[in-house]
Design a protein around this ligand. Structure first.
Ligand code: SAH
Length: 217
């Protein structure tokens, strides 16, 4: 068994991933296409890797957990905030398929370009990368069925939730300490917000208008 299959087997055994479409997406997408050349041989080690600009591609198991919590389905419209390497959106792109669409916002221009190049290697065509501050979401493409924030955020704002469809799901690592963020899932049910918490993670910070910057001003 190669390392990718080992990881997927671990996720299935541990009940981290069970949806067939999600498993299939992880089998098809190659993480080595989303890491810098010099780290290709480390692509299936279960830890984050540097992608330059002081940013990282998330640990594979973290991507698996977030993908499962998001419950992505075929034909959905999904927004990701924090494109980084593009690996997470490649997975989501495979899951939603030709009838779906992923929009991902990245604040660092060089990384937006890096992600576009990586997605081309996997022939992913249903993902649009926007170089902008995504801390207030991306209203132009709203409403979305799902929103995934892949940087640590001080809170899940109503601005973001307003860009979700009814019964939509948002997943984000939330808190003030980026080394101890609570993986939070909110399901929008009309005016009600159903909140679940799913463990502690560390992430690079969400910057920009409604990210950590606003706290430090
Ligand atoms: N999902 C990525 C990993 C994300 S790392 C992957 O699969 O590789 C977090 C990313 O969020 C970084 O690239 C960082 O530049 C970006 N980021 C931070 N603040 C942001 C903001 N306000 N808007 C958009 N992107 C942001």
């Amino acid at each position: 068994m190669n390392k990718k299959e080992d990881l997927i087997k671990y996720w299935i055994d541990e009940n981290i991933v069970s949806d067939k479409r999600i498993i299939d997406a992880f089998q098809k997408i190659n993480r080595e296409n989303f890491v810098p050349e010099e780290y290709k041989n480390l692509a299936y080690n279960d830890y984050p890797l540097s992608i330059g600009e002081e940013q990282t591609i998330s640990q594979p198991t973290t991507v698996a957990i977030m993908t499962s919590l998001l419950e992505p389905k075929e034909d959905q419209k999904i927004l990701e905030i924090g494109t980084g390497s593009g690996y997470q959106v490649a997975i989501l792109g495979k899951i939603v398929g030709k009838g779906g669409k992923i929009t991902s916002v990245e604040i660092i221009p060089k990384l937006a370009e890096f992600a576009k190049k990586n997605l081309k290697k996997e022939n992913i065509t249903n993902v649009e990368i926007i170089n902008a501050d995504g801390s207030s979401g991306y209203k132009k493409g709203a409403p979305y069925d799902r929103i995934l924030v892949t940087a640590g955020t001080p809170k899940i704002t109503e601005t973001l939730i307003s860009q979700l469809n009814d019964n939509g799901i948002i997943v984000a690592p939330v808190g003030f300490d980026i080394y101890s963020l609570t993986m939070t899932k909110i399901i929008k049910k009309g005016k009600k917000r159903v909140k679940e918490e799913h463990g502690i993670f560390s992430f690079v910070p969400l910057i920009g208008k409604e990210g950590f910057d606003s706290r430090w001003k």
